[in-house]
Design a protein around this ligand. Structure first.
Ligand SMILES: *Cc1c(COP(=O)(O)O)cnc(C)c1O
Length: 398
């Protein structure tokens, strides 16, 4: 058996060796759509899956496979398959397993796009969707007893970073005969490995922390070979394939995943503590703070608390409007997980589809700001926030 190495070593080395050619030290970007075979029998064997190889780019591609292998090893999975976006990974995975009449149990705080699948698209295919209060483990356990094909979770959630106990939910889900899926985009394979906690499938939007540079879209799902094989088959026919260039950029980004995530987690902790000291700030949401309602669970199942946090300000939208444009070192953008700090109001980013009443119902105040911490020196980020707060406070005095 191969000796288990640290995640940082795998981030750099894993999944690449068998794809290197001509003595190159880096995985090539193979843009070719099709592959030539001089031997008709060999072509046939590859086509029917008897022999390893590539036939057509919608099915497989060496650069894309290298990316899948790296994620697979980092998540400790048997297999992984990739997608054009994170949403494609989620929708294709659900479509692979759900049939009319099935029941899916999830939480109210999933990513906005995922929530739309649950509320807009699945019900019209006669799939029964039950969305529980995020973090209400008893409610989820109760719903599982009424039958469940898929238990779908996300932790930490967007944007209020709520935490669900993965081990407990995986156990309850399995006992109910459900397939347990976790969106680990916010967790990252560096801070959290849901497969090791008993879940069946882990999904990532590779667009975020995996790629880390906000320049490539992608998604990936990993787990047992038998499950991933089915998802791969759905995807190869339905066509939401990852682009080789995006796979290369993500693969390249992932070589520094452990360094970035460590720094982002550190910066988020420091920024969260700083924000707690500000009069203008109502609440700070970060799983690393002892004041977080599920800090203990986060401590148990995460190696670091991640780069995402949010906070609400007094004065609501008006304060947000004044504060955010004053920041020098933050993109005011919808993306997250990149090396640069990004900020945005929940009402414009994660929950733009909701009405103010719907946002209030899921505990999102209109003055909530989501922060994705980058890898900048935290002193400069805090100084930047400090100047922006001073500006708003001065405005309030006149
Ligand atoms: C962004 C995101 C997605 C969707 O990923 P895309 O690559 O944008 O399609 C899914 N889940 C979470 C938690 C996300 O942050």
């Amino acid at each position: 058996m191969e000796k288990k190495v640290q995640a940082g070593t795998n981030a750099v080395w894993a999944g690449e060796k068998e794809y290197l050619v001509h003595g190159a030290t880096q995985v090539p970007v193979v843009l070719s759509v099709a592959y030539n075979y001089d031997d008709m029998d060999e072509w046939y064997d590859v086509a029917i899956g008897k022999k390893k190889g590539h036939i057509y780019g919608r099915n497989t591609n060496p650069t894309v496979q290298s990316f899948e292998d790296k994620v697979k090893i980092l998540e400790g999975a048997e297999a992984a398959t990739s997608f054009s976006t994170g949403m494609a990974a989620i929708s294709n995975t659900l479509a692979t397993f759900l049939l009319p009449g099935d029941r899916i149990v999830s939480i109210k705080d999933t990513y906005g796009g995922t929530n739309k699948i649950f509320t807009e698209f699945l019900p019209r295919q006669q799939i029964d969707v039950v969305l529980c209060e995020t973090g209400d483990h008893e409610q989820i356990e109760k719903e599982l007893l009424n039958g469940c094909k898929i238990l779908y979770l996300e932790t930490p959630t967007n944007p209020t970073v709520k935490i669900t106990d993965i081990k407990r939910m995986a156990k309850a889900g399995k006992a109910a005969g459900a397939l347990v899926i976790v969106d680990n985009t916010f967790g990252t394979p560096i801070n959290q490995n849901p497969l090791a906690l008993g879940v069946d499938l882990v999904i990532h939007s590779a667009t975020k922390f995996l790629g880390g540079h906000a320049d490539a879209l992608g998604g990936v799902v990993c787990g047992a070979e038998e499950l991933v094989e089915k998802i791969y088959h759905y995807r190869e026919i339905n066509g939401a394939t990852m682009d080789p260039m995006a796979a290369y950029l993500t693969l390249r980004g992932m070589k520094t995943l452990h360094l970035r995530v460590r720094e982002q987690s550190h910066n988020a902790m420091e920024l969260a503590k700083y924000l707690q000291t500000k009069d203008l700030v109502e609440d700070v949401y970060y799983p690393g703070l002892p004041t977080h309602p599920n800090h203990d669970i986060a401590k148990e199942q995460m190696k670091g608390f991640g780069g995402m946090l949010s906070f609400s300000v007094k004065g609501g939208v008006d304060t947000v409007r004044e504060l955010l444009p004053k920041l020098k070192y933050a993109h005011r953008a919808a993306n997250l997980g990149a090396v640069e700090t990004t900020v945005g109001p929940a009402r414009t980013t994660s929950h733009v589809e909701c009405t103010p009443e719907e946002r209030a119902a899921v505990g999102i105040p209109e003055g909530l700001i989501r922060v994705s911490c980058g890898i900048e020196a935290i002193e400069d980020i805090i100084e930047d926030f400090s100047l922006a707060f001073k500006h708003v406070e001065a405005g309030l005095q006149v």
